[in-house]
Design a protein around this ligand. Sequence first.
Ligand SMILES: NC(=O)c1ccc[n+]([C@@H]2O[C@H](COP(=O)([O-])OP(=O)(O)OC[C@H]3O[C@@H](n4cnc5c(N)ncnc54)[C@H](OP(=O)(O)O)[C@@H]3O)[C@@H](O)[C@H]2O)c1
Length: 271
Amino acid sequence: MDMSRIADQGLVLLGCGKMGSALLAGWLEGGLPPASVWVVDPHPSDWLKSRGVQINAPLPEAPALVLVAVKPQMMREALPALKALGGGETLFVSVAAGTPIATYEEMLGDETPIVRAMPNTPAAIGRGITAIIGNTHASAEHLDVAEGLLSAVGQVVRLERESQIDAVTGVSGSGPAYVFLLIECLAAAGEAQGLGADLAMQLAKATVAGAGALAEASDEPPSQLRINVTSPNGTTQAALEVLMEADHGFPHLLRQAVAAATHRSKELSRG
Ligand SMILES: NC(=O)c1ccc[n+]([C@@H]2O[C@H](COP(=O)([O-])OP(=O)(O)OC[C@H]3O[C@@H](n4cnc5c(N)ncnc54)[C@H](OP(=O)(O)O)[C@@H]3O)[C@@H](O)[C@H]2O)c1
């Protein structure tokens, strides 16, 4: 299945909220014809209405692909409308957190090719990272198509087992919130040292964004980049001695935080 098959046979987007809109914007920018897209959403946004796609119209009989982007709690209400497309050639790709492949197989038939994906919010600016895993009926070609579509909003990585999704959720899915908290805390700490609130926030945002971009662009690993800015007995070393403290420091806290998110992801997917 290549991208031209999607243009020919159509793509159905179930749920066009934040994640669905980010994906749709990426596909249209990438040249997918609006006439090939059918969107199902009870309250289409003004942005969506002016895209030229088909909204809540009768669906094609055998679209190449259905992208599921409704909230997990809406799944049992939303998916039965598409049951007729299950068990055939149509590939289902879901970005819903906490809904295991088995739930889709149960609702759509276990012959259905299904790819489960875990994206994150920087997808909204094309800087997301999405992990994907297919069921036994998802072929290598299906995974390529899913990767092609999801790469419209950032990087895509492949998993070996569905169980890895929980840890991915703990690292990259929920991770943007940890980084937002880091920005908030860094700004607040700057204020505590006498800086004005706006200045402290500008410094904190630019430092996190700049360091993140440097870490991605550099050939050196983050640990070496850290060592490079840490002169013996200097200011950075003074701070890192606090942050790297064995029992309460950053490594320990993040390990606990990611473990808690992973644990919650497992609980949620058990329903
Ligand atoms: N946002 C993220 O960064 C992120 C990250 C990872 C995974 N995800 C997953 O992506 C999915 C969507 O998240 P989101 O943040 O985009 O949520 P969202 O903004 O609430 O979008 C969900 C959309 O689905 C619509 N919808 C509700 N019931 C429907 C139905 N029966 N049929 C068709 N559409 C229906 C909603 O319409 P109304 O608003 O009118 O109800 C809304 O437009 C979730 O499953 C989430 O787990 C999101």
